[in-house]
Design a protein around this ligand. Structure first.
Ligand code: SF4
Length: 232
């Protein structure tokens, strides 16, 4: 992307939404244990007090190159699924969201394993909620009837290495929200997610194509028919 085409990057402050039953499901423990519930309440209060989830997004135009390549504002992505989902000339919304660096300041000794597992699950739930909030926010702000999103790394078809071109689109503006990409392709803070929100009237959910069968965040069952449809 040439300098003359550098797009405006918007920042969104995201309210902390912490669904404790969702945390408990992720931990695969039963609620109702007094000590556990007390610990979870205490942790949730601490997390709510410091968490500052936020996101950056931009408005971008797609050019479909061939069956497995699309250009987004001139930056090339390789994915059959994106090639199938996106339409030439349509507007999409690349984003980077984070649960925030502030949560990483909450620390417990390594021997407090349950405390540390629970905190990790809390951070994940705050991040997942932040992505959902951003999708709803874009829907409302841009008057889009329905949207879906894809994140690099969820599907073998759009691997984690595709985060680099996504970050290239933002041209360093992701620093506004304290997110960076390491040389190895991991995001810092770890509880961050990048992706593209796009208009979708079909109810697309990447989970239907995803083989991470044990994922506790699964939103729909794996569907071989849909996989064949997208990968053929
Ligand atoms: S099952 Fe869904 S939420 Fe879990 S990794 Fe796969 S696409 Fe993501």
């Amino acid at each position: 992307m040439s300098d003359s085409l550098v797009k405006k990057v918007h920042q969104v402050e995201i309210p902390v939404r912490l669904d404790i039953p969702a945390v408990v499901r992720r931990l695969r423990v039963r609620g109702g244990d007094g000590r556990f519930d007390e610990m979870m309440t205490e942790l949730a209060e601490k997390a709510r007090a410091v968490a500052r989830p936020r996101a950056v997004y931009m408005t971008s135009i797609v050019r479909c190159v061939d069956r497995e390549h699309v250009d987004v504002d001139g930056v090339r992505f390789t994915s059959r699924v994106l090639g199938r989902l996106f339409h030439d000339g349509e507007t999409v919304y690349p984003f980077i969201t984070t649960a925030g660096q502030e949560l990483d300041k909450l620390k417990f000794p390594p021997r407090d394993m349950m405390m540390n597992f629970s905190l990790d699950a809390i951070k994940t739930v705050i991040l997942v909620s932040a992505v959902e909030y951003l999708a709803d926010y874009l829907k409302e702000k841009l008057v889009l009837e329905s949207v879906a999103f894809m994140n690099p790394g969820e599907l073998a078809d759009w691997p984690i290495s595709q985060q680099q071109p996504l970050f290239d689109l933002f041209g360093g503006e992701e620093k506004q929200i304290g997110v960076s990409l390491t040389a190895g392709g991991a995001m810092r803070p770890i509880k961050s997610r990048s992706g593209i929100v796009f208009p979708d009237a079909t109810g697309f959910l990447s989970c239907r194509l995803c083989t991470q069968f044990k994922c506790p965040g699964r939103r729909a069952a794996y569907d071989e028919i849909i996989v064949k449809e997208f990968m053929s």
